[in-house]
Design a protein around this ligand. Structure first.
Ligand code: FMN
Length: 448
């Protein structure tokens, strides 16, 4: 069901999880507002966006269950499956242009992105229309390995985009090219299956191609096809591909833009992508991610959890599960459950979590019987098992997220709460009250 963007939409429709909106919606705010109302509930398919013939989809995976289903597992199976795929990528399979639906239409001249596609304006103070769900693919000229990530893209002209490239892999390859005075070729892929979408967010060592992680997750090689004007391979069943190059020594204003922490990222001079060709399927479907919605948060959160779990396991082998909670933007808050065997391990888990990613700001460690995906349970553990004097860890002046407005340009404090029960405590003291037989009671048997 999750083989392509379209098969996934068909599946969602067949199980009643696709809201089809026939009413005409505006590109500015209205589309994003309706999609946001359905966030965490249903995917949405807008058939009529202003006068465009191209429909728009959003929210293809906005719950943990959605991602689990796309990956053919349950919510607790996501992290092990993702970790395994990151550890053992599978090469993609090249297909000819004739076998690639994304080549059904090829545009090389007079490209006007806003005429071609309904690219929305999402938030009040956004600087304009933004592509938020494009898989941004570049290639390392030395190893020939590709790198995939998502970058917000401001429509800055008919065939020009402004990009935010934080200092990670894409940025690194771009700087290398720029130092040699050449542009960096890229492809922006819109509308892929949810598994490939999730794979794009894997935090891997430099040199790993996220499309190969997608192949591993899918259990079969992803089919890819070479671009028309750049030396990049893209998923053959994508809805839309924009080919182009990031220009060397060019920076233009981009932003502000409403970001994942629910604040605006500032306007500044950023890299510019010149589009060289557009290819798309017949009757293409445009796809947008409403920033800071569950889809956006989970896409970043799930791969982070996989990496966090591995980091903690090195120090505390009995770590049971980790959760980057949506209230903490799926970036800043980590909830960790462990089976404590030695006193002090709760604190070790805090250190390991804070060392995993500079984004992690607050860590809560609980015993394994606390359901870390239920935030009321987590709060209960803080309320009844935590004493600040004994269980609190605070570190000042560490690097954090620059998008957290409470930091001083990223520099701020870290905090860990060890809510594990002392190993030597008297057994009744922390025994959770329980009504025998509760789980076996079905109310239907009692209420007619
Ligand atoms: N990262 C950026 O650097 N700039 C962005 O504008 C940006 N926008 C994102 C939008 C969405 C919807 C999502 C899910 C992620 C976004 N990210 C952005 C995060 C990167 O795509 C992600 O960290 C990726 O794993 C980086 O890959 P790399 O380390 O291989 O370059």
């Amino acid at each position: 069901k999750a083989k392509t963007f379209r098969t996934w939409l068909e599946y969602l429709e067949s199980v009643g999880r696709l809201a089809v909106i026939g009413k005409k919606v505006g590109l500015e705010f209205e589309l994003a507002a309706v999609a946001k109302k359905l966030d965490g509930k249903k995917a949405v398919y807008f058939t009529q966006v202003e006068e465009y013939t191209v429909p728009v989809v959003s929210g293809i995976c906005s719950t943990r269950e959605d991602f689990a289903e796309a990956l053919d597992t349950d919510p607790y199976g996501i992290i092990p499956k993702f970790t395994k795929a990151v550890d053992s990528p599978v090469p993609c399979r090249h297909v000819e242009r004739e076998q690639a639906p994304v080549k059904e239409n090829i545009i090389r001249e007079n490209i006007d992105l806003m005429k071609l596609f309904p690219i929305p304006v999402h938030h009040e103070k956004d600087s304009g229309n933004y592509i938020t769900a494009g898989l941004f693919i570049v290639r390392d000229p030395v190893t020939r390995k590709q790198n995939v990530s998502i970058h917000r893209l401001q429509v800055s002209g008919k065939d020009k985009l402004g990009a935010l490239l934080l200092p990670r892999h894409t940025f690194h390859l771009y700087k290398q090219a720029e130092e040699e005075g050449r542009p960096l070729e890229c492809a922006i892929v819109i509308g892929v299956d949810p598994v490939t979408l999730l794979a794009s967010q894997a935090s891997t060592p430099f040199g790993v191609d996220e499309l190969e992680i997608a192949s591993a997750l899918r259990g079969e090689p992803l089919e890819v096809v070479r671009c028309e004007t750049v030396d990049i391979d893209v998923p053959a069943y994508a809805e839309i591909v924009l080919e182009g190059k990031i220009l060397p020594h060019v920076r233009e204003p981009e932003g502000p833009f409403g970001e994942f922490p629910k604040y605006y990222g500032p306007r500044s001079d950023k890299e510019v992508v010149q589009i060289t060709a557009v290819t798309h399927r017949n009757h293409p479907i445009f796809y947008t991610i409403v920033p800071a919605g569950y889809e956006h948060l989970l896409l970043g959160g799930i791969p982070r959890e996989a990496s966090l779990f591995q980091s903690i396991r090195q120090t505390v082998p009995t770590v049971k599960a980790v959760h980057m909670s949506p209230g903490g933007t799926c970036r800043y808050h980590a909830i960790v459950s462990i089976k404590k065997r030695n006193e002090g391990e709760g604190k070790n888990a805090i250190f390991a979590a804070l060392a995993n990613s500079f984004d992690i700001k607050h860590v809560v460690v609980v015993d394994e019987e606390v359901d870390i995906f239920n935030m009321e349970e987590v709060e209960w553990a803080i309320a009844t098992r935590f004493q600040a004097e004994r269980d609190l860890v605070v570190i000042h002046g560490a690097q954090g997220s620059k998008l957290d407005p409470s930091t001083d340009n990223g520099v701020g404090s870290k905090m860990g709460l060890d809510c594990t029960v002392p190993l030597n405590s008297e057994p009744m003291r922390y025994l959770r009250i329980r009504i025998p037989g509760y789980d076996e009671i079905h109310l239907e048997d009692y209420i007619s």
